[in-house]
Structure formats: C-alpha cells, structure tokens
Design a protein around this ligand. Sequence first.
Ligand SMILES: Cc1ncc(COP(=O)(O)O)c(C=O)c1O
Length: 303
Amino acid sequence: MNFKVHLSKNQCLNLDFNSNHLVCVKREDLIHPYISGNKYRKLKYNLAQAKTEGKEVLATFGGAFSNHIAAVAAVGKEFGFKTIGVIRGEELVDKIEGNPTLKFARSCDMQFKFVTREAFRNKISEDFIQDLQREFGDFYLIPEGGTNDLAIKGCEEILTNEDEKFDYICCSVGTGGTISGIINASKPDQKVLGFPALKGDFLQEEISKFAKNSNWQLITDYHFGGYAKINPKLIGFMNQFKSDYGIPLDPIYTGKLLFGVMDLLSKGYFPEHSKILVIHTGGLQGISGMNELLKIKKWPLIS
Ligand SMILES: Cc1ncc(COP(=O)(O)O)c(C=O)c1O
C-alpha cells in the first residue's frame, strides 16, 4: 500500500512504581487514523492480491462497532475499491446516523447489507456468498476480522530487528491472526503472550493452525466478561494510562491488554529485568461508539 503511513515506534514507559523492567509500547496505532495497527498489516497483502485478481470491489463482514469495517471502508476510499459491509443486526439499518463506525464507513461510500444474527452466523456458507454475488456482482472477499494467510503475512512485519532484544511480546487476541504473525516473526527465545479480548477456549486451536512456533501462551484472565464487555475499573485504568503516558487505548482490545500487562507486572509475573514489548494494535475509532453507550449507562466516559 503506497499511502502515507507513519512507521510505528516503540515508546518506552517511565513506570511510576518500583520496577526494574523495561516496558515499551509499539505504537502501531499511529500508522493511520482508520487503517491503523493490525488493520493496516492485515489488509496490505490482501489489497495487493485483490489488485492482482483485477477485483474492483471488496466485501467483508463485521459488527456495529467493528474496527475492521471502518478500516476496509477507509482502504476502499483511499485506493479506489468499492466496498460492501455485511453488518450483524438488522435493527441497525436505521441507526447509522447514531453509530460513529457505520457513519464513518458510509462517508467512505461503503454499501451495507444488514442481516439477522442467524444469517450472520452462516455468512461463509456457499449459499450466502452466492446471494451476495447476485446482489452486488463480483468481489474480493475478506473474512470477518480480516484474518487469512495474507493477513498473517502482513502481521509478520510488525516485529523488526530492533525488537529482538525483548524477552516478552504481548498483544491482544480476537480471531488470533495478529498473534500468529507475531509468533511466526519472533525468535525462539522470546515468549509471545496473547491476551484474549473475549471468552472461550477455541482460540488456542485457531492460533495453532497458523502459528509456526510454540513459544506462546494465552493469558485468559483479562477479558472483563467477554467481547466488548467493560466496567468502570477498566475505563478508569485507560484514562489514567492515557494521562500518565500519553497513549490512548481502545476499550475492546488494547485497554484490556495493557490492564493485564500492568496487573501482571504489579504481581511480579515477569522475572527481574525482563524486557517487555506491548503491541498497540489500534482500534481507537471504537472509542466514540463506546462512549455513546456509556452515556446511556451514566458511566464515566473514555477520555
Ligand atoms: C484494535 C484491535 N486489536 C487487536 C485485535 C485482535 O486481532 P486478531 O483478530 O487478529 O486476533 C483486533 C481485531 O481484529 C483489533 O481491532
């Protein structure tokens, strides 16, 4: 992708508690406002493939606040592809205006198809895809969350030579694509720790399909009840983290990841003098949508 991206930098934290660890955050969130973090990595080779195949339309799937939907819409606008977003939840059809993610995607000319939750579950069936093709014509299909072999190839580029000094690499896990790329690019003496943003033990198996090394482990204590579930303690942590280090976090993925890493640090999980790299995978576009929900709950907002 030849467009203006900011190469991500490692920002090391000046920890305010008595710690002899080095903790740095890889600021992949700064790559681009919408095509940021792992979305840039996952889409890079998929776009090249779509071009090679002569496709003019990208189709994909996602929920109401999906970072992936926002990124595909932005990429389509930037590179001249038409985009189709199959969205989970028929009820959202008349709620686009009040949903920052969908509103943004529409402003990039994404065409939506809203489907029931049941239909969404069958979205990769042959019948569903054929119906989509009948409705929209030919397209290049990108899976939900963007994870496929080409996405993993892109995520293998997150780590660079200067990252070889780190003992631990920590990242958030949704579908498992990002961590798989990181595992494949890591050195055997490095340990990759994945912090799932959702409940369930299926991820172990998913990651094993793509990961070529065994130097990884999932830390499953920091999902806060499940996907997109948050509480005032997490919000308080994210706001404090931003004010302490100037790094904004998203509520679905990186907020839970950093909460987990800082909690493990405070509990002495990492051996003395460990060097820890935490990957900021972006997702900041999701903050405004979450704040709309928080206003209704009368909870503190994400700053
Ligand atoms: C901001 C952010 N971080 C992390 C993840 C998790 O990535 P993966 O689905 O590849 O595990 C996602 C989801 O794609 C995401 O949007």
